[in-house]
Design a protein around this ligand. Structure first.
Ligand code: SF4
Length: 470
C-alpha cells in the first residue's frame, strides 16, 4: 500500500505501576491483576499484524509489560507512529484511556470485547477515534486503508463530528485457513508463560474461533454470534510444527473457547500431532459435557498435559440461570476420566452469580474438594460488558467498577451476598482446597515429573497464593 500509515499494535499499560516479568501468577493479564509476573501470548495482535503486513502496511507490536516499558516510555515510543491500535479489556480500560489522552494527533483505535460492547459510550467520551468491533483482522485492514473515509468499512464505529457512526457488522471470517500465520517474529516469544508450564515459554495457537454455547457470563458470542468456525487439522498442526522449528518452543496452549467439540476433528488433530512426532506438551479449555473417551485418549497420546474445565457451580439453579447447564454426573465422570488418562485438571468455580446463596457457594466449595481436580480456581462472577449477565445487572455497574473486574476482587455484588463476604468465602474456599493432603500429593507428583523446574514451580505456587491472599 502506497503512503501507508505506520501502525503500532499494543497492549495497554497503566501509569505508575511497576511490573516484574518473571513467571505467571494466577492473576494473569486477562484478569487485570496489578502484579503481573508473566503474561499471556498476544495472539490477537500477532494475527492483526500478519494481515496488515501481508498488505504492505508497516506494523510493529509493543507489549509494554514483557517488553519492559513504563507508561512514559511506551508513550514516547507511540509518538513515532501514525495509527495506534490497542486491545482493550474491562480491567485495563482506565489505563488505556489515560494512555490515549495525550495522543490526539494520532489515529487512536481500540479493538477487543470491551470496546465492541461499549463502542458508542467510549467514542462519545472521546477516548479514541475508531473502534474495531468483533473479529479484528479484516476490519483493521479495511479501516487502515480507508482512514479518511470509513463510511463503507464494515465492523467499525467512529466519530463523525460530534455524532457516533456505527457501521453494520462485518460477516464472520469463515475461512480461517486463509489467514496468514500470526506474526510471531514481531514479539519476544521467550517472554510468554502460563502457570500450567511454569517458567517455560508457551505459545498460543487457535484451532477454532467461537463457541455454540450460551453461558450468560461469557462474551464470546459478541464476536462469533454463537457460531464456531474451525481450522483444518493440517493447518493447525503445520502451525505447531512451524513454531517448534522456528522458535524452539515446545509448550502450547490451544486457546480455543472450547477445544473439545467434535470428536472426529479433535482426534484428527491429535493423531496428526502424534504422527509428526513433535516434542510438545499442551493444554486447552474444555467442557465436561462434550468430552468423550476416544477424545481424551487421543489427547493424552498427543501430549495434552492439562485441561481447564469451567465447572462453575454445584447449584442446579445457578447452572440453569447461567445457562452453563452441566450436571453433577458430567462433572464427576469427565474429571475422573481426564485424571485417569494422566492429564491434569484445572477446574474453575464461580461465586456470586444471580441465584447464589451462602449455602450454594459453600456447596460449590465442597464440590471442588469432592471432584478433587489437580488445581481449583475460585472466581467472583463478573458481569463483563457484552455478556447477557451484564445486560441483566448493568444498572449496578457504574463509575470505575470495571477496574475492579479481576475476578478476585469486586466492589459490586450481583447476588444477595455482599461483595465483602463473597471475597471472604473465596479465600476460605482456596484455603480449604489447597490445605489438603491430596493437593500436596498432586503438587509433589507435578514437581517430580519436572524435577529440574522444581524451584520455578514452587515460586509460581507461592506467588499464586500471595495473589489470592493479599
Ligand atoms: S463460557 Fe465457555 S462454554 Fe460457555 S459460552 Fe463461553 S466459551 Fe462457550
Amino acid at each position: 500500500m502506497e503512503n501507508a500509515p505506520r501502525v503500532l499494535l499494543m497492549n495497554p499499560i497503566e501509569e505508575g505501576q511497576d511490573y516484574v516479568v518473571d513467571v505467571d501468577p494466577v492473576v494473569s493479564r486477562h484478569t487485570g491483576g496489578k502484579t503481573k509476573i508473566g503474561v499471556f501470548y498476544p495472539l490477537g495482535m500477532t494475527y492483526v499484524a500478519a494481515v496488515l503486513r501481508e498488505h504492505d502496511i508497516p506494523v510493529e507490536i509493543l507489549d509494554p509489560i514483557p517488553d519492559g516499558y513504563t507508561f512514559e516510555s511506551a508513550l514516547a515510543h507511540a509518538e513515532g507512529f501514525d495509527v495506534i491500535i490497542m486491545a482493550l479489556a474491562a480491567s485495563n480500560a482506565g489505563g488505556a484511556y489515560r494512555f490515549f489522552s495525550p495522543l490526539k494527533d494520532k489515529t487512536r483505535i481500540f479493538m477487543g470485547t470491551h470496546a465492541t460492547a461499549l463502542d458508542v459510550r467510549i467514542l462519545e467520551e472521546d477516548y479514541c477515534d475508531i473502534i474495531i468491533r468483533g473479529e479484528p483482522e479484516l476490519t483493521a485492514l479495511e479501516a487502515i486503508r480507508n482512514l479518511n473515509n470509513l463510511a463503507d468499512v464494515e465492523g467499525v464505529s467512529f466519530k463523525n463530528g460530534s455524532e457516533v457512526v456505527r457501521n453494520p457488522d462485518r460477516p464472520l471470517n469463515r475461512n480461517l485457513d486463509d489467514l496468514p500465520l500470526p506474526a510471531r517474529d514481531l514479539v519476544d516469544n521467550s517472554k510468554y508463560h502460563i502457570v500450567s508450564f511454569p517458567g517455560r515459554p508457551t505459545a498460543m495457537v487457535l484451532t477454532s474461533r467461537g463457541c455454540p454455547f450460551s453461558c450468560t457470563y461469557c462474551a464470546t458470542h459478541l464476536f462469533y454470534k454463537h457460531r464456531r468456525n474451525v481450522r483444518s487439522p493440517e493447518a493447525v498442526v503445520n502451525e505447531v510444527e512451524h513454531v517448534v522449528k522456528t522458535y524452539g518452543i515446545s509448550n502450547f496452549f490451544f486457546a480455543d473457547d472450547t477445544f473439545n467439540i467434535g470428536e472426529k476433528r479433535v482426534v484428527e488433530i491429535c493423531d496428526l500431532l502424534q504422527e509428526r512426532k513433535l516434542p510438545i506438551q499442551w493444554l486447552c479449555l474444555g467442557r465436561v459435557d462434550t468430552m468423550t473417551e476416544p477424545m481424551i485418549r487421543a489427547m493424552a497420546r498427543a501430549g495434552c498435559k492439562e485441561i481447564l474445565y469451567g465447572i462453575e457451580s454445584a447449584s442446579p439453579d445457578v447452572q440453569e440461570q447461567t445457562k452453563k447447564n452441566i450436571t453433577r454426573e458430567q462433572m464427576t465422570n469427565t474429571v475422573s476420566l481426564t485424571l485417569k488418562a494422566g492429564i491434569r485438571v484445572s477446574a474453575f468455580f464461580m461465586f456470586g452469580n444471580p441465584g447464589d446463596t451462602l449455602e450454594s457457594i459453600r456447596e460449590t466449595s465442597a464440590l471442588a474438594r469432592t471432584l478433587n481436580p489437580t488445581f481449583a480456581s475460585f472466581n467472583i462472577s463478573t458481569p463483563d460488558p457484552g455478556t447477557e449477565l451484564y445486560e441483566s445487572v448493568k444498572d449496578r455497574v457504574t463509575g470505575n467498577t470495571f477496574e475492579k473486574f479481576d475476578r478476585l476482587n469486586t466492589d459490586i455484588s450481583i447476588c444477595d451476598i455482599p461483595a465483602e463476604q463473597l471475597r471472604k468465602e473465596l479465600v476460605k474456599a482456596y484455603l480449604l482446597f489447597y490445605f489438603r493432603p491430596s493437593f500436596w500429593f498432586s503438587l509433589l507428583r507435578f514437581i517430580s515429573s519436572d524435577l529440574l523446574n522444581a524451584p520455578t514451580i514452587l515460586k509460581v505456587f507461592y506467588r499464586q497464593a500471595m495473589n489470592v491472599l493479599k
